[in-house]
Design a protein around this ligand. Structure first.
Ligand code: NAI
Length: 325
């Protein structure tokens, strides 16, 4: 069956890095034909048309059609997968309340359009920042869609953490399993090495405490800013790659004996208030994310998880006060 994938912000830089990989079969697998639906704001529709021309020019065997629209109801009509990339960036002098309100104006209507038009099996990944809270806004505008179908992306942080640790220990990333990012996709996120395994050993025991605390955690958490500083533009190809990884694993399952990180609606696990869209260690089984249970959380980790979850609570309370959820 052909799967309809709707990508918002399709003319942006992540969109440009993402669409070709979706069309080539990397999102869902080499047996699944895809139809792309590109949602943009009116001013960017022409640029999206240009990207669609290039998609045509790739003659991808799995690509069964491209639609372009500035109308969410049309763009999400019959969608099976929604990648919500387009968002309102923070501009100079913008307060957090303004940022949340501007994004509420995007993710509220998109959530409603998903609720009213998407296919019954719709799966939503929010990439546009503030991703966790934007996902919360979209979810609360979509009461007919099961809450668990709304997720936000922390897979880029997860992949960054894998790569930093692999570099430190001079091992291939394939030697590392059970990495976890907890909390918000922001500088408060907590990359946890206390359950991560490297060749059967616990990663936190293979590195100096000082490196873990003063180098690893801040490097992963502030990597986005470091990329902007170096590249003069924010992460795009790596963000698109992480979106591919997230949806691929959601649909096809995570490997046996390993887990990954995704921001999913909390069921109260690990003291994270129910309903918050927070990053957890997760496995995917039968097309559903499940939060890995029973991990022991030491005091060092507890403090950091609580700080990041506290930030999510503040964001939730702010959007509630603005009437966005
Ligand atoms: P960009 O500015 O290049 O592209 C954004 C696109 O979204 C633009 O083409 C814009 O016209 C479009 N857009 C804005 N409002 C829209 C709406 N209401 N409907 C449809 N399209 C709309 O930005 P880029 O670099 O592609 O990043 C997109 C978002 O992803 C940003 O919010 C960024 O902060 C976020 N991001 C998230 C990451 C994560 O790990 N969760 C990593 C990197 C970026």
């Amino acid at each position: 069956m052909t799967v309809k994938v709707t990508v918002t912000g399709a003319a942006g830089q992540i969109g440009y890095a993402l669409l070709f990989r979706v069309a080539s079969g990397q999102l869902l697998g080499a047996d699944t034909p895809v139809k792309l639906s590109l949602l943009e704001i009116p001013q960017a529709v022409k640029a999206a048309e240009g990207t669609a021309m290039e998609l045509d020019d790739c003659a991808f065997p799995l690509l069964r059609g491209i639609e372009i629209s500035d109308d969410p109801a049309r763009a999400f009509d019959g969608a099976n997968v929604a990648l919500l990339v387009g968002a309102r960036p923070r501009t100079k002098g913008m307060e957090r309340g303004d940022l949340l309100e501007a994004n509420g104006g995007i993710f509220g209507p998109q959530g409603r359009a998903i609720n009213d038009n998407a296919a019954d099996d719709i799966r939503v990944l929010v990439v546009g920042n503030p991703a966790n809270t934007n996902a919360l806004i979209a979810r609360s505008a979509a009461p007919d869609v099961p809450a668990e179908r709304f997720t936000a992306m922390t897979r880029l942080d997860h992949n960054r953490a894998l790569s930093q640790l692999a570099g430190k220990l001079s091992v291939p990333v394939t030697e590392i399993s059970k990495m976890t990012i907890w909390g918000n996709h922001s500088a408060t996120q907590y990359p946890d090495l206390f359950h991560t395994e490297v060749g059967g050993k616990v990663a936190a025991e293979l590195v100096e405490e000082e490196w873990l605390r003063d180098t690893f955690i801040p490097t992963v958490a502030k990597r986005g800013a470091a990329i902007i500083e170096a590249r003069g533009a924010s992460s795009a190809a790596s963000a698109a790659n992480a979106a591919i990884d997230h949806v691929h694993d959601w649909v096809n399952g995570t490997p046996e004996g390993d887990w990954t990180s995704a921001a999913v609606p909390s069921d109260g696990s690990y003291g994270v208030p129910e309903g918050l869209i927070s990053s957890f260690p997760v496995v995917s089984r039968n097309g559903r994310w499940e939060i890995v249970q029973g991990l022991e959380i030491d005091a060092f980790s507890r403090e950091r998880i609580d700080a990041s979850v506290g930030e999510l609570v503040e964001e939730r309370d702010a959007v509630k006060a603005l009437g966005l959820i």
